[in-house]
Design a protein around this ligand. Structure first.
Ligand code: NDP
Length: 344
């Protein structure tokens, strides 16, 4: 059972990984619990979010965000509870969404913090369906994918928080939805519980053929979550004027360099050109007008309440288990949105 710590346990980046992170990548250290000053509060982590983007932060490479420095606490959104407050608008016991990172406690001056109140119904959902991954699915699909009734939408990592939400929203918009996921259990969940029309196991020997058979009218929207061989199976099926919101390429996050084998550049760019594909990358923090978040919040709360969107979490107990859980996330060891329960 996860317990509140007497010290502040922190997980820091010890070494930049080459490929898959290993036991030298992250280290746990113990420090004193910090003391908040005037205009600050102390937040105790209850749920820590694990997300694929964290792999990118381990690299010293140009990106949309600064890398985590060696020795620095790994970055993360957490849902925590206020333990001490010298900050107006925050009381002891309030649940907050903040960027405290992989640690038990953090002091905050309230910047980039959302107060979730004393009794949120499902506090951890602010890290998933009602937070960053849910909003990513909503904004990327509706604003870049622009799905229309009757069109075919394909999304991989379909049992994860982004993919599962993309598919369910596309169904609400009247589309035919084909998911791609790793393994029979995930595929069954995607079809039976989430209402996708079909789901294909990307480990199948003939992914391209199975996808072709599942999409007899081609693909109008491919929501790109993974890249790799899924992308190569999708390419020949894209219809003229297809839209491809490029959200993530998790299949390649652990690559130490360029992939081996045939250069797929000509195939990708040739398809984009011939099929007049709109392919647009986005980063959820700064790619859409701030007003869209309100629309998302309104719609998603309504869909969850009336049961038209369902949500699954994968909860890991204990901060000390976060590094191993993170490695599992990158290779499909999660079944639903991965969160770590750090304290009660
Ligand atoms: P998930 O919880 O779905 O975890 C990632 C999943 O990717 C794994 O569970 C696994 O699922 C799948 N996967 C891993 N390797 C492969 C592979 N080689 N081929 C096919 N699938 C693979 O993640 P999220 O829902 O949080 O994120 C989905 C994507 O969205 C990621 O790429 C992430 O980086 C991106 N993202 C981008 C944002 C943005 O602002 N652009 C914001 C948030 C997320 P399975 O078992 O089904 O293979």
């Amino acid at each position: 059972m996860a317990q509140t710590s007497e010290v502040n346990r922190q997980i820091v980046l010890a070494e930049r990984p080459k490929g898959q992170p290993d036991h030298d990548t992250l280290k746990m250290q113990a420090t004193d619990v910090p003391v908040p000053g005037e205009g600050e509060m102390l937040v105790r982590t209850v749920y820590l979010s694990l997300d694929p983007y964290m792999r990118g932060r381990m690299n010293d490479a140009k990106s949309y965000a600064e890398p985590v420095s060696i020795g620095e606490v790994m970055t993360a959104q957490v849902v925590g509870q206020v333990v001490t407050s010298n900050l107006e608008g925050y009381e002891v016991g309030d649940f907050v969404l903040s960027g405290s990172g992989w640690q038990d406690y953090a002091v905050s001056d309230g910047s980039m913090v959302m107060n979730l109140g004393k009794n949120p119904e499902n506090p951890s959902w602010a890290l998933g369906i009602l937070g960053m991954p849910g909003y990513t699915a909503y904004a990327g699909l509706l604003k870049i994918g622009e799905p229309k009734p009757g069109e075919t939408v394909v999304v991989a990592a379909a049992a994860g928080p982004v993919g599962a939400t993309v598919g369910q929203i596309a169904k609400l918009k009247g589309c035919k939805v084909v998911g791609i996921a790793g393994g029979a259990d995930k595929c069954a969940h995607v079809v039976e519980n989430l209402g996708f029309d079909a789901c294909i196991d990307h480990r199948s020997d003939d992914l391209a053929k199975e996808l072709r058979e599942a999409c007899p009218n081609g693909i109008d929207v491919y929501f790109e979550n993974v890249g790799g061989k899924v992308l190569y199976a999708v390419l020949p099926l894209l219809n003229p004027f297809a839209r491809v919101p490029v959200c993530g390429v998790v299949a390649w996050y652990n690559l130490p360099g360029l992939p081996e084998g045939r250069d797929m550049g000509p195939s990708i760019m040739g398809t984009v050109l011939r099929m007049k594909v709109k392919m647009q990358g986005f980063i959820i923090y700064d790619s859409f007008p701030a007003s869209l978040y309100k629309e998302f919040s309104r719609d998603m709360n309504a869909w969850l309440q009336d049961g038209s969107v369902k949500y699954k979490e994968h909860v890991v107990e204990g901060l000390e288990n976060a590094p191993a859980a993170f490695n599992q996330l990158l290779v499909g060891g999660n079944f639903g949105k991965m969160v770590v329960k750090v304290s009660q």
